[in-house]
Design a protein around this ligand. Structure first.
Ligand SMILES: Nc1nc2c(ncn2[C@@H]2O[C@H](COP(=O)(O)OP(=O)(O)OP(=O)(O)O)[C@@H](O)[C@H]2O)c(=O)[nH]1
Ligand SMILES: [Mg+2]
Length: 429
């Protein structure tokens, strides 16, 4: 069996090391493991409720589908179109993380939803935050809603949709070389076409209108449903993560689409913090010896952990198929850069193979680690197994996170297809 030198193994962070020593030192790994399992399971139950509201036709349903990584025609997608569709509040649970629910709310001012009773009608208190969408400048209804949310201490973010249309329209004023066709001092257009200047102007214009409506420090994010990796959507994801309380942040982070390297890095860091708990649970909950290894562990639990990493990083057939569709690229092109196994390829045999690879070095490591900790009786086998499972999980996560970044790079190469693009306008002025 080829050994792994302890020098080559990644280091266990100090706090994990202390927690391991403490659990082993107490001699009651079973109880610690049960707690670890409970802590991990509770992550799946953290509720997160997101409200998406705005005028009819502003792009709410498109936004709801896109943040859940769905196409309009997919099962469970929010219904959308050019006629007014959203007449009632509809919950859309995230397909992979059903504890995250996005609600597509009707716009204020529709016949059944009057401005003065709107927030009560939609039961505002259940939401963790609101996104207010508009495809033009924000209306007096949007401003009124923001003022009321501000008064109630609820978080809200403005999303300016359909910026792809603004850019297309603006481009008409420039020739093929990007030079302004006709200079008009009143319009203050730059002489050379500049996407960032147009976007800055839209953003500033929205902020100015909102400030004039007494909205304090409004945050406006420009998006296009045709490419959520572009414009301000990745920034919006980052801000939401920064501003949510820690448990809710965890729920949101897992459900976010992998549209930026920053999000992938945050997901990796988050998963990294769970490795110790996963390792502990697998070594002491219904653990069995692995033939040929001085390791006792629960293979089924480890399989679930690895599959969980793949799911959170989008490394399974379904996520890749969705991503390939959205990027209009063959799925084989995405798979070509993936070096570690996909979720569907994770089997008991694979887990044993990965454990065997880590075992030799980890045993040496555990002798060193637990040298000063009194390890007795049945705890011994679980204790020496901890570093093996820990390193196996860590190595797998590192490789999977690298794969996810490479997949994202392939997706970002070139632009999203225009073939599906439509150019409907808002149904409200
Ligand atoms: N070009 C472009 N079109 C968009 C964008 N977002 C939405 N649309 C189009 O605008 C139309 C209305 O979008 P919906 O998502 O149904 O809007 P909604 O706010 O849910 O509408 P209601 O349910 O009627 O209130 C659809 O034809 C979408 O394809 C965008 O970012 N860019
Ligand atoms: Mg709708």
């Amino acid at each position: 069996m080829a050994g792994v030198d302890t020098e080559e193994l990644p280091k266990i962070p100090e706090e994990d090391m202390e927690a391991m020593n403490a659990a082993v030192g107490k001699g009651d790994l079973t109880e610690a493991a049960a707690k670890a399992k409970e802590a991990l399971e509770s992550i799946d139950k953290i509720p997160l409720n997101i409200a998406v509201t705005g005028e009819s036709g502003s792009g709410k349903s498109s936004f709801v589908n896109a943040i859940r990584g769905l196409r309009d025609t997919d099962k469970g997608a929010a219904e959308m179109g050019v006629n007014e569709r959203t007449m009632k509040t509809t919950p859309y649970p995230h397909p992979t993380y059903p504890n995250v629910i996005v609600r597509d709310l009707p716009g204020i001012g529709t016949p059944t939803f009057k401005p003065d009773t709107y927030l009560k009608q939609v039961q505002f208190s259940r939401y963790d935050f609101f996104t207010i969408i508009s495809c033009t400048r924000f209306t007096s209804h949007d401003i009124g809603l923001a003022q009321e949310l501000q008064r109630l201490g609820k978080k809200f973010y403005f999303v300016r949709s359909k910026v792809d249309q603004d850019l297309t329209n603006e481009k008409r004023n420039y020739d093929e070389g990007g030079k302004l066709k006709q200079s008009n001092a009143a319009m203050k257009r730059p002489l050379q076409y500049s996407e960032s200047s147009i976007l800055d102007a839209i953003r500033e214009n929205c902020i100015k209108g909102l400030k004039a409506g007494q909205v304090t420090s409004p945050q406006v994010f420009l998006v296009s449903r045709w490419d959520f990796s572009k414009y301000d959507f990745p920034k919006l994801q980052g801000v939401l993560l920064d501003e949510l309380p820690s448990l809710k942040r965890l729920a949101l982070l897992r459900s976010l689409s992998n549209v930026s390297k920053e999000i992938l890095e945050k997901k990796k860091q988050q998963l990294q913090t769970q490795i110790w708990l996963k390792s502990l649970a697998s070594c002491a909950v219904a653990a069995l010896p692995i033939p040929g290894l001085s390791t006792v562990c629960n293979i089924a639990m480890l399989m679930m952990s690895l599959k969980g990493f793949c799911r959170d990083l989008g490394l399974n057939e379904e996520s890749l198929a969705t991503l390939a569709r959205q990027a209009n690229k063959p799925i084989a092109e995405l798979k070509a850069v993936i070096k570690s196994p996909l979720s569907e390829e994770i089997t008991e045999d694979l887990v044993i193979k990965l454990l065997t690879k880590c075992a030799a070095g980890a045993v040496k490591f555990s002798t060193y680690v637990f040298e000063f900790v009194p390890v007795v009786g049945s705890v011994v086998s679980a204790a020496v197994s901890l570093p093996t499972t820990y390193f196996m999980l860590k190595n797998f996560l590192d490789a999977a996170a690298d794969d996810a970044v490479r997949v994202l790079e392939v997706v970002m190469e070139g632009d999203v297809s225009n073939s599906e693009k439509q150019h409907e306008n808002c149904s409200t002025p």
